[in-house]
Design a protein around this ligand. Structure first.
Ligand code: 4AD
Ligand code: MG
Length: 482
């Protein structure tokens, strides 16, 4: 076969250099036709659209043509032609075809038909080859890129924080242990406890639940930083919005108060959605159709807003800002509360909001993203800035339709005494966290930050309903396949 430099299908589809000789490589989605001419739909991951290869089968070896099955990998030399068929503007008239990788058709689980998302989860090693997961992979890449460009444009530094830590940043105790000890035969102390001083790091360690604490150290010198890393939570929640391993973006800013923090969170999320609208339109159009198809059977009232319209709506409207206390008032007055329709009953100030409450506020009451602030101190992490009322903290959660909480953040307690007092009250290991407390002794300043759950953002942008479908290889209770 003649050696010609490969062109990606996305670029071929955008080209109008008719009669040019090109090479394309990719995986066959379908082959159809008759004994004179065959049409091969080829995809290489660069576009939601397939490239049509037209092969005059009388010019090719019959055995070669037979090997061009769904899932096989081929390399094609041919001429770029304006397409007469509907649905595409260009096609390739093949002159040479090579089967690079045969596909065992008896075993290949993907057929040129619609497969359920549940089935595709079981073959997650192959699901990149479907339109839906191809689109999600491209949008995910675009969102990663947009995160970095947003912060880079604003002069924030990207800081790598450790994945193995000895602290529990959120104080929620939902950590995966990291050890090299033989768990069946671990060294014990005289009291009979596991002796972590004999472990690899000389102390008990775990996978990080957040890069925030280290992020704060950097912000209190570099002013504005962000982390973007994997985060691990051993919470046993089998929901459509929880992963045991997810990616979080955590900006941390010196000299920001809670209002500045909210402004940044709103600007950031709008920037990301707008970036998707400007750069991922073909994939979004596909995902929008997929969602409409999926919701066909639903009552009109239960159907979600069309995907692209929904993204535009969020970009174009101000988020509602209100306090937790105001939200509780609205919820206590709401129909579902009065009729006992909420699964988790609210008991007034101090009740933790569940996703059903958050979604009521966002989807039914305000019909817009909402930022809730000033939560009760008792239900939030130790590091949040205490308010003068003695019972609330300068916390903020950003709530999105269909998702509920997409961002959690706060202004941080910058006073050494107040922070120490809170840590003692919550029984946190003061000595272990002396490095964190140090920042409050050496030039402490007001500062704030937040964490955006990257897969929650991906759910919103793609309109997918299950978080297992917006990360390539989901980790959830009882599932660490692939
Ligand atoms: O609200 P969280 O727990 O906040 C923190 O970890 C802070 N340290 C952030 C900060 O202030 N720097 O988590 C932040 C976000 C949540 O709003 C949610 O979007 C996401 O992380 N998140 C999860 N996403 C997927 N699966 C899980 N199990 C998640 N837990 C939290
Ligand atoms: Mg939270």
């Amino acid at each position: 076969m003649e050696q010609i430099k490969r062109t990606k299908i996305k670029d071929i589809l955008a080209s109008a250099e008719y009669e040019k000789t090109v090479n394309v490589k990719g995986w066959v989605r379908t082959r159809r036709g008759n004994k004179f001419v065959n049409f091969i739909a080829l995809n290489d991951g660069s576009s939601i659209h397939n490239l049509q290869i037209v092969a005059d089968v009388t010019q090719f070896d019959e055995e070669l043509i037979k090997r061009i099955t769904t899932g096989s990998a081929i390399s094609v030399n041919g001429t770029l032609k304006e397409s007469a068929g509907k649905g595409q503007s260009v096609e390739i008239q093949a002159t040479e075809i090579e089967v690079v990788g045969d596909c065992n058709a008896d075993e290949y689980p993907l057929q040129p038909k619609k497969h359920s998302l549940e089935f595709l989860r079981e073959i997650a090693h192959l699901r990149f080859r479907t339109n839906t997961f191809g689109a999600i992979a491209r949008v995910r890449h675009a969102m990663i890129f947009a995160v970095h460009s947003f912060f880079s444009e604003k002069g924030f530094l990207n800081i790598h924080t450790p994945i193995i830590t000895a602290s529990d940043a959120e104080g929620a105790g939902e950590m995966f242990k990291v050890t090299t000890m033989d768990i069946n035969n671990a060294p014990k102390t005289e009291e009979g406890d596991v002796d972590y001083s004999k472990d690899f790091f000389g102390k008990a360690t775990n996978l990080t639940v957040s890069g925030q604490l280290e992020g704060e150290l950097a912000a209190l010198a570099m002013s504005e930083i962000y982390t973007f890393g994997p985060t691990f939570r051993a919470e046993n929640s089998n929901t459509t919005r929880h992963l045991a391993e997810f990616w979080m973006i955590e900006p941390e800013m010196a000299f920001y108060d809670l209002d500045d923090n909210m402004d940044l969170a709103e600007e950031f999320t709008k920037y990301l959605l707008n970036y998707a609208l400007e750069n991922c339109m073909e994939d979004l159009e596909f995902l929008s159709k997929r969602l409409q198809e999926e919701e066909k059977g639903k009552k009109a009232a239960d159907q979600s807003m069309e995907l692209i319209e929904k993204l535009r709506f969020v970009v174009d409207n101000d988020y509602i800002r209100l306090t937790y206390t105001e939200a509780i008032d609205i919820l206590m007055q709401s129909k579902p509360h009065k009729k006992g329709k909420f699964q988790y009953e609210l008991k007034g100030f101090g009740s933790d909001l569940q996703s059903e409450h958050e979604r009521y506020l966002v989807e039914k009451h305000f019909k817009k993203p909402v930022i809730l602030t000033d939560y009760p101190m008792s239900i939030k992490a130790f590091y949040m800035k205490q308010s003068d009322d003695g019972k609330t903290v300068k916390a903020m959660d950003v709530l999105f339709p269909q998702i509920g909480e997409i961002i959690g953040g706060s202004q941080r307690e910058e006073s050494y005494d107040k922070l120490l007092e809170r840590m003692r009250a919550m029984d946190l290991p003061e000595e272990e966290m002396s490095w964190y407390l140090d920042t409050r002794k050496f030039g402490s300043v007001p500062h704030s930050g937040f964490g955006l759950g990257f897969e929650r953002l991906m759910l919103f942008v793609t309109g997918m309903g299950n978080i297992r479908d917006v990360i390539p290889f989901p980790r959830t209770p009882n599932n660490a396949e692939f």
